[in-house]
Design a protein around this ligand. Sequence first.
Ligand SMILES: Cc1cc2nc3c(=O)[nH]c(=O)nc-3n(C[C@H](O)[C@H](O)[C@H](O)COP(=O)(O)OP(=O)(O)OC[C@H]3O[C@@H](n4cnc5c(N)ncnc54)[C@H](O)[C@@H]3O)c2cc1C
Ligand code: FES
Length: 283
Amino acid sequence: MTYKIMAIEELAPKTKMFEVSAPHIAAKVEPGQFVIVILSEEGERIPLTICDYDKEKGTVSFAFHEVGKTTKELGKLQVGDVLANLTGPLGNPSEIKNYGKVLCVGGSVMIAPLLLQVKAMKEAGNNVTTILGARIQDGLLMREKAKSLSDKVYLATDDGSFGYKGLDFLVEILKNEKFDRCVVMGPVVMMKEVSEITKPYAIPTIVTATPIMIDGMGMCGVCRVTVSGKMLFGCVDGPEFDGHKVDFDELVQRQRLFLPEERVSSLLWEKNIGGCKCGRHKA
Ligand SMILES: Cc1cc2nc3c(=O)[nH]c(=O)nc-3n(C[C@H](O)[C@H](O)[C@H](O)COP(=O)(O)OP(=O)(O)OC[C@H]3O[C@@H](n4cnc5c(N)ncnc54)[C@H](O)[C@@H]3O)c2cc1C
Ligand code: FES
């Protein structure tokens, strides 16, 4: 199997979307699932959520933000380059049905996969309100696509330099409008905040947990997430969980377990920049 990069779209600075040839994954994938990308034979495995697919062309797309060694290395690849491996589709698909009124909230790079859910929720007959949030305006990805798919769109930045300031305005929305379901994909702090806001209104709130993963198949136990006091695995029990029951503080703590090692690895790679040495990729 050849996992060739067919198209690259720059969504924002250091944020790209790749369309990759993977017919066997495209044939089975559903919204909410993810792939594990291995860039080169020596590379680590990183999970990325599928944000689009084309069953006829046999391609899947994922978007990533360049935060560490592997995502920075991925950001250097070009159309025509080939990934060493793509495993998937992994995780459980989202529960898509006609709930009535659905609130979809996406943060930063996770706006891209959120829009796949927005599309699916619309196709299932829901009225969809979408909120896009990011630290700064540049991070509010794919605004036009969000507008074309949703009944209503709100934009927010952390400092209010574009759109609403933070998520306080959501409280006001919920005082006036009733929602039957909320879907949140974004940084853990954002998913926690939205879940706290929706809880008093008893809106079922689904979050996508992004713990560190290795195999993505339930074998290594690295991706533990505590939900209602029970230990679950992000990869096989999730990645979506009830946001009112997830222990977000533990999730953040576990995501940061290897921060010093990740920083060293990223710095060493930057010093040695020149890309992958496996021969599959252009210099
Ligand atoms: C199910 C799942 C789906 C994901 N989907 C996407 C996606 O669609 N797009 C995307 O850009 N990222 C996604 N992530 C996060 C992505 O896997 C990490 O950003 C990536 O592994 C970082 O690798 P790295 O070597 O570049 O950085 P590292 O050196 O591993 O880490 C650099 C920084 O990123 C943080 N980080 C590492 N792993 C994660 C993680 N799992 N979640 C959040 N922060 C992390 C670290 O704490 C550190 O601050 C997903 C994670 C999971 C578990
Ligand atoms: S990533 Fe290994 S058990 Fe989930």
